[in-house]
Design a protein around this ligand. Sequence first.
Ligand SMILES: Cc1cc2nc3c(=O)[nH]c(=O)nc-3n(C[C@H](O)[C@H](O)[C@H](O)COP(=O)(O)OP(=O)(O)OC[C@H]3O[C@@H](n4cnc5c(N)ncnc54)[C@H](O)[C@@H]3O)c2cc1C
Length: 348
Amino acid sequence: MARGDWVTVRGGGVFGLACGYELAKRGMKVRLIERARIGAGASGGTVGMLSPHVPDQWNAKKQFQFESLVMSGAFWDAVKAAGSVDAGFARVGRLQPIAKEAGIALAEARAKDAAENWGPEFLWRIAKVEEFGAFAPVSPTGLVIHDTLSGRASPRRAGAALVAAIEALGGEVILGEAEERGPVLHATGLAGLEALNAAFGKPVGSGVKGQSAILAHDAGPVPQIFAEGVLVVPHADGTVGVGSTAEREYTDPTSTDAQLEDVIARARALVPALAGAEVVERWANVRPRAASLSPMLGAWPGRAGHYIVNGGFKIGFGMAPKVAVVMADLVLDGVDAIPEGFRVEDCL
Ligand SMILES: Cc1cc2nc3c(=O)[nH]c(=O)nc-3n(C[C@H](O)[C@H](O)[C@H](O)COP(=O)(O)OP(=O)(O)OC[C@H]3O[C@@H](n4cnc5c(N)ncnc54)[C@H](O)[C@@H]3O)c2cc1C
């Protein structure tokens, strides 16, 4: 495609906005159409942990995610430089308590895997929990896995930063409905998966509801914490994002209930510094989960000029920088760098 031509992106979540930004950066005239509001879906949340899979049993999916996480710092800096809005990204690292003695040998093995697969720039190491001061997790062994690859960003500020960047680069962000111009990228989250289920006559994706919260606590730029499904992410604005439930069955996608109270209680038990922190918001929405459990990327089979960018599931914010690059390569230059397992066809 010629630079300066129109491209339409549907969906104002992190996948659509990241693609819109990348396309605008490459000189395209971007029209991003969001039917409700920016962050109306899974991307309007509170957690924002950008963290890697475990570094063993390396595969194309892990490599893609690793590259996206490595890119994240430069990506969010460039977004801020373009639109003057800060997504709150920082590579603060992550702590995972080692609960049992048996976990130490596994963590040591994974430290070797990380050295091999991540290279020398980022560490996966075993450390004493007291190294980490007041905002540290409880660890029965006194040890934690400390990785220096993980980062965090504020989901809502990330959305605002990407909108500002797209507009500063000459693109349009339209709330409601508008005419599609040029090729169309469908980054429409759960609604998009449901449309694909209907179009293909089989289940290619579904939703997994998640509930999360914001607690008032200014931890500073310290590592985030993960243990047994509980994520604790200190943000730059003096809050801490806490999550998340994972519910395959649900009736109301945006209600919160006792399951979230349980997550908050577990977060307080995990990080004693949060004991008295006030809950300032409770939130819920539905993660778009592709049948492959990986992002679902590529041309829409049988529908020329239409593309699918979906399936971010639990790691959409971490994957967005690289997803945007491979989708722009495909749409603009016909270069297909989508890894095996991430293709639309992998879900059919
Ligand atoms: C509780 C919870 C915690 C999470 N924590 C993390 C985390 O710590 N780290 C991480 O990386 N990920 C996390 N995730 C996952 C992450 O939020 C998702 O992977 C990501 O937001 C998916 O982005 P998306 O743009 O594909 O979809 P969405 O954000 O759902 O966006 C889709 C958008 O498309 C719009 N839309 C739908 N149909 C149309 C249409 N026809 N035309 C125009 N617009 C349309 C919708 O209104 C919506 O705004 C979490 C998710 C939840 C629910």
